[in-house]
Design a protein around this ligand. Structure first.
Ligand SMILES: C[S@@+](CC[C@H](N)C(=O)[O-])C[C@H]1O[C@@H](n2cnc3c(N)ncnc32)[C@H](O)[C@@H]1O
Length: 417
């Protein structure tokens, strides 16, 4: 049956985002779909100075699809008449904000939540993974632009802070350590191009701790050199999520650049360590470990706060293992290990799409639930997860600790903006 957006709906002030989205019954395309990205970015930015970046393509796309889908009642509704929209999403755009930012390699918005909480307005997003784009839209009411390597930089608006949790890639270093030019062909090069064009006041980069030693330290040096060439003073530090109020041992290197001021990491306020137990679901359903396992009688709290308390009784590997250490092969892989709920949890990795994170709680061994995974990353319970479980595990493992970014964002405001 043909559905129509009736003028009755349009006459009401403040149409809900979900209503418009339902009527514009369009799937996020798996190819480069700039139309929906333009349209949703325009919806969120139609009254600030940013709208010129999205207005024309958004209007063109809207007339194209409304004609194609024939969803409008007569007389045809101009795009302008939909505005302003009422955002019925967990993290609606801010009406009052104190700074602007862009969210590159946005994933599911681990940067966006805390930056919005500290009064930042997101004016541009890029993320090319279809599942992450869907989760992002459900939470923020905006479809990210896709592949950063294919972006026309003209659509990126001016902004105060650039955030990027970019994938780590090797550079083919020429030996001359040229910095910016040496990164050509990698994703950080695309980030540098945006920095060169827009000169944001602040650049905030995040990566795995290993980035520091990657390619004998050359990758990291090249990135810092590139930022220096672009005119930024940088400082960096490895931070651990467990120092910011969540029970997860997750170390990440944070690089912050500003034109004149060196960010002072010592001003970040850390919190006492918490334990997993305080973050667990009260009621199940829980997936208990339905196979043999061993709980060690002799265990200790590691310096990091982890309590490795047992392991699944997987068969012992002999081949390729140093004699006398065969029993250790059982616990080499994280999915075989069991951690106590009285300690913290190891890093949630993005590769573990079946969620084999085993914990020992109340005398039983069970998997961490998907809600618990999001909680120990600091995502609020109102965050909407994808119902594709494997993707939900991947997405959280790829993301960033929300309270850690919130503290960084507060200090960026205090020190650099
Ligand atoms: C380490 S994750 C960052 C996750 C994010 N910080 C979050 O909170 O969820 C890197 C992200 O970059 C995305 N990505 C990789 N290459 C990309 C590209 N060429 N264009 C846009 N996004 C890309 C991946 O899909 C992934 O979601």
């Amino acid at each position: 049956m043909q559905q129509y957006l009736t003028s009755e709906i349009f006459d009401k002030k403040m149409i809900k985002y979900s209503t418009v989205r339902k009527k514009l019954n369009l799937e996020i395309e798996k190819t480069e779909n700039l139309g929906l990205a333009h349209l949703t970015h325009y919806f969120q930015n139609h009254i600030n100075g940013v709208s010129q970046c999205y207005k024309v393509p958004a209007h063109n796309y809207y007339s194209e699809i409304t004609e194609e889908l024939n969803i409008l009642a007569e007389p045809q509704m101009a795009l302008q008449q939909l505005l302003p929209l009422k955002y019925d999403v967990p993290f609606p755009p801010l009406a009052d904000y104190e700074f602007t930012f862009i969210d590159l390699f946005a994933g599911i918005g681990g940067f966006r939540i805390p930056m919005q909480e500290t009064k930042g307005k997101c004016v541009f997003t890029s993320e090319f993974n279809y599942w992450a784009q869907k989760t992002y839209e459900h939470n923020f009411g905006e479809v990210p632009f896709g592949d950063i390597t294919k972006l026309n930089l003209d659509i990126v608006p001016k902004h105060d802070v650039l955030t990027a949790g970019f994938p780590c890639q090797p550079f083919s270093i020429s030996g001359k350590m040229k910095g910016f030019e040496d990164t050509r062909g990698t994703l950080i090069y695309n980030v540098f191009q945006i920095i060169e064009k827009h000169n944001p006041k602040v650049v905030l980069l995040e990566n795995v701790k290993h980035l520091i030693n990657h390619n004998k330290g050359n990758t990291f040096k090249t990135i810092l050199k590139g930022l220096k060439e672009l005119g930024y003073k940088t400082s960096w530090k490895v931070l651990n999520a467990s120092d910011f109020g969540v029970p997860q041992n997750r170390e990440r290197v944070i690089i912050i650049g500003h034109r004149d001021i060196e960010f002072d990491f010592s001003k970040l306020k850390t919190k006492p360590k918490r334990i997993l137990k305080d973050f667990l679901d009260k009621n199940g359903p829980f997936e208990f470990l339905n196979e043999e396992y061993t709980i060690l009688s002799d265990y200790k709290v590691q310096e990091s706060g982890l309590v490795f308390i047992g392991h699944r009784n997987k068969s012992i590997r002999i081949a390729g293992v140093r004699p006398g250490t065969e029993h250790l092969s059982r616990v080499h892989k994280q999915p075989n290990r069991i951690y106590s709920s009285l300690g913290i949890h190891p890093t949630l990795p993005s590769q573990e799409s079946s969620g084999r994170f085993y914990i020992y709680d109340e005398g039983e061994v069970r998997k961490l639930t998907i809600n618990e995974c999001y909680r120990i990353m600091g995502f609020p319970d109102k965050f909407v997860k994808t119902n594709n479980l494997a993707e939900a595990y991947r997405q959280i493992g790829n993301s960033v600790c929300v309270p850690m970014v919130k503290e960084i964002s507060k200090q960026i405001k205090a020190q650099l903006l």
